[in-house]
Write a protein that binds this ligand. Structure first.
Ligand code: ARG
Length: 273
């Protein structure tokens, strides 16, 4: 069994542990705390992050000092945002397609999860400025690398994509493609390895990370086009104070070169055993 398969199996357990911890130790006042509304309380102010930690190098699980930990450049950014508003960061690992609902219902305060801005998402939640950009990539079994070297060659192919992602929309636009939507990228990789799907579309850095860590996969020359190739942070619609604090912090992290630094560090971490 390879590393990513093992990691994906550990994820379920980790996810339940992590979301459990957040709630037990923090009480139920996350929403108030994040909006700065905990005057007179002795509790620590918390900021709850919703993320789908199946996405190296953005957010992923890694055993550090013997402990399963969620790491990645999105997580570094989240930590900086939390400390800039004097809050303790609580991380909830959730299925990607549930994240925006969790925001709207107030169960998480912000979503940092390699989230691409779309007009529909902008209607549903508040979206920050773009903090990073990357291109899309097509991942296949190594032997099929030349067979799927253009977007046209994907017509009629079996394509695995993450439920609720923009890649799902890209794949829907491919004539005759048969789609398999799954909750986790690691599940899509398993489907690729076992010949149940022939290709997947994912962000370039994520594709690179999986191809490096999973034997027998390759990135093709096909270039999926998206309208907006940047990533944003989501907050609950109307939570403009938090959105402003986030945008201020992002501007600072971008201009100081910190984000590029976090990306490099996370990519190295995703590669190391
Ligand atoms: N950028 C894509 C989107 O917003 C995929 C993001 C998936 N993120 C994740 N952590 N699995 O739809």
């Amino acid at each position: 069994m390879n590393k990513w398969v093992k990691i994906s199996m550990g994820m379920l357990l980790a996810a339940s542990l992590i979301s459990g911890c957040g709630q037990n130790s923090k009480n139920t006042s996350n929403e108030n705390a994040a909006s700065g509304n905990n005057a007179g309380s002795t509790q620590t102010k918390t900021l709850t992050l919703g993320t789908s930690a199946d996405f190296p190098p953005y957010e992923f699980h890694k055993v550090i000092d013997g402990k399963d930990t969620i790491v990645g450049f999105d997580i570094d950014i989240a930590k900086d945002i939390a400390s800039s508003i004097g809050a303790e960061l609580v991380i909830k690992d959730l299925p990607f397609d549930s994240l925006l609902n969790e925001l709207s219902s107030g169960r998480v305060d912000m979503v940092i999860s390699g989230l691409s801005p779309t007009p529909e998402r902008a209607k549903a939640v508040g979206l920050s400025d773009i903090y990073y950009k990357a291109e899309q990539a097509v991942v296949v079994r190594e032997a099929d690398k030349d067979k799927f070297s253009t977007m046209d060659s994907l017509k009629g192919a079996k394509i695995g994509i993450q439920t609720g992602s923009i890649q799902e929309d890209i794949a829907k636009g491919i004539e005759g493609a048969k789609l398999t939507s799954l909750a986790k990228i690691s599940d899509i990789v398993l489907q690729l390895q076992s010949n149940r799907v022939d290709a997947s579309i994912m962000e370039g850095p994520v594709a690179k990370s999986f191809v490096q860590n999973v034997k027998g996969l390759a990135i093709t020359d096909a270039k999926p086009e998206v309208e907006d190739d940047g990533y944003v942070i989501g907050v609950k619609k109307g939570n403009d104070d938090l959105l402003k604090q986030i945008n201020d912090k992002l501007a600072e992290l971008k201009s100081s070169g910190k984000i590029d630094e976090y990306v490099t560090k996370a990519a190295e971490l995703a590669e190391s055993k």
